[in-house]
Design a protein around this ligand. Structure first.
Ligand SMILES: CC(C)(COP(=O)(O)OP(=O)(O)OC[C@H]1O[C@@H](n2cnc3c(N)ncnc32)[C@H](O)[C@@H]1OP(=O)(O)O)[C@@H](O)C(=O)NCCC(=O)NCCS
Length: 168
């Protein structure tokens, strides 16, 4: 049976959601939160569940008193294991603007030199999140084109690669 791995360095209080690496039982909740975000590309329930099995160590789920309230799914880039690639980040509306996304990102970035993510130009909260993280860590954030509309088979905004680091 898969047991949740607590990220135990973190304080856990009534107010502060508890952070843990996901288990396969969390896959359905991640899918639900991604769907409710209305912003993220919604992957299949299978994809989230599989992610929770094989990429749990580079992913995190936040548990509030009312249940799961945020997640990040990511992976260490196979060709650059010093780089954490953040695939999706979401925080429940009820918990936004309280530093939860930045806190989850900080936990997952521990031990990595770089963080990467792709951001659609219109996504202000996401842009601000990564800018804020880079500023907090006093490091560089570089932006470069990565995927254009033509890379996708269905209508899709272009994606810009954000690369943050080096991290101390
Ligand atoms: C993006 C998202 C995860 C941010 O979560 P959050 O927990 O509210 O973010 P935080 O509270 O940690 O804020 C981090 C920084 O972003 C800024 N920020 C967050 N939401 C913002 C918004 N709507 N408008 C402007 N700035 C915003 C914060 O002010 C903070 O910057 P600061 O340190 O300079 O004050 C959340 O808005 C969300 O789930 N959006 C829908 C899904 C999505 O778009 N994900 C990103 C694409 S992968």
């Amino acid at each position: 049976m898969h047991m949740a791995t607590e990220i135990s360095r973190l304080p856990s209080t009534e107010e502060l959601p508890r952070l843990a690496h996901p288990t396969i039982a969390d896959g359905r909740e991640l899918w639900q939160m991604a769907r409710e975000s209305k912003t993220l590309d919604l992957n299949s329930p299978y994809a989230y569940t599989l992610w929770c099995r094989d990429f749990a160590a580079t992913s995190v789920v936040a548990h509030g008193t009312g249940g799961p309230c945020g997640f990040i799914i990511g992976y260490a880039r196979p060709s650059r294991p010093d780089t954490l690639f953040v695939w999706q980040v979401a925080v429940a509306r009820s918990h936004r603007g309280q530093g939860l996304a930045r806190r989850m990102l900080g936990e997952l970035a521990t031990g990595r030199r770089y963080v990467e993510a792709t951001v659609t130009p219109g996504n202000e909260p996401s842009t601000r999140l990564f800018e804020s993280f880079a500023r907090e860590r006093d490091t560089a954030l570089t932006r470069s084109p990565i995927f254009t509309e033509d890379h996708f088979p269905t209508p899709h905004e272009p994606e810009v690669l954000f690369r943050i680091g080096p991290l101390a």
